[in-house]
Ligand binder design. Sequence first.
Ligand code: 3PG
Ligand code: MG
Length: 399
Amino acid sequence: MSIRTLDDLLAEGVSGRRVLVRADLNVPLDKQSGAITDDGRIRAVLPTLGALVEAGAKVVVCSHLGRPKGAPDPQFSLGPVAGRLGELLGAPVHFATDTVGESARSTVADLADGQVALLENLRFNAGETSKDEAERGAFADQLAAFGDAYVDDAFGAVHRKHASVFDVPARLPHVAGRLVLREVEVLSKLTADPERPYVVVLGGSKVSDKLAVIEALLPTVDRLLIGGGMCFTFLKAQGLEVGTSLLEKDMVETCRNLLERANGKILLPVDVVVADAFAPDAAHDTVRVDGIPSHRLGLDVGPETVAGFSAALSQAKTIFWNGPMGVFEMPAFAAGTRGIAEAITKADAFSVVGGGDSAAAVRALGLDESSFGHISTGGGASLEYLEGKTLPGIAALEN
Ligand code: 3PG
Ligand code: MG
């Protein structure tokens, strides 16, 4: 792989130069207050930003947040992120209230050496995510005008063919930042030659989101443990009744086929926590998977499942985990996710936590981040990497 790195750029000298950094500052926000509930992605980009500040660059940071529809939408403003980034850097971050307009132009023009600016949400502009090359290119031209060099440190977005990820690096000298390099280095260990047994735990709500990665991993892994909302479609495929649990009816046949081809590698829950409703205070019980009442829905895996999955994890030498085992945001349904996370930390294995949700779960449950080998900042990105797909953001750095 012929990718130039931040160190190559620093070696050229960046003092007084404008360096445009694409970061993934797409952090979860509290629905009511709008407060940042997990700043892991902001902290993850500090090594790159710190090095540029120290070297005297004029640092222009850009990112998306959420999925606004190509026009300004205050609930997705990066303003609060600018504040938090400034706290973590220990220096004010100059926030532009637009992305490529008058505010952005003057904010960038006024930067002194070693100062940091953050542009408003890239996705307030239709050009960022456009499928039309010319529309994307026109927006990329405007962004590229803010930098003399470009650093991609947005690992969580490298699977998106967006202007700031794919088209800007074609217009500026470009390098990979520290976070992107670390993520690729770690994930490549999983695809190259993982130490065995290699055990993968998948959760989260949708089978359809995980299908490609299950297909890609089946030949490679020794065990695939499946929990979370998506397990009910697999249980249904085994002929079990799942009550009012999450079910993707059009995926049942696919799941049946996967189970047939899995040669016993796939482990499913044997017990689940079922509730009367999707609510934190709903009445709930643990039942065997062949005894799910027709009027109740499964919101977590049960203790016997945790024990069985933990036993498989205790043998592992390499572990990849993506997706919570249950609705961990509600304490009544958090035990499954907590139990699996703890089993991963106890295993004598190289462990990688993939994804926004699972990484947020680790921190929300108060688990020690340092007891995992690596916590990825990319959900979709790490899954697509493991699928062996070409990632537009990485491909753009290779040229
Ligand atoms: C993520 O949260 O997965 C990344 O920030 C990418 O966001 P997206 O899925 O909205 O493109
Ligand atoms: Mg996503």
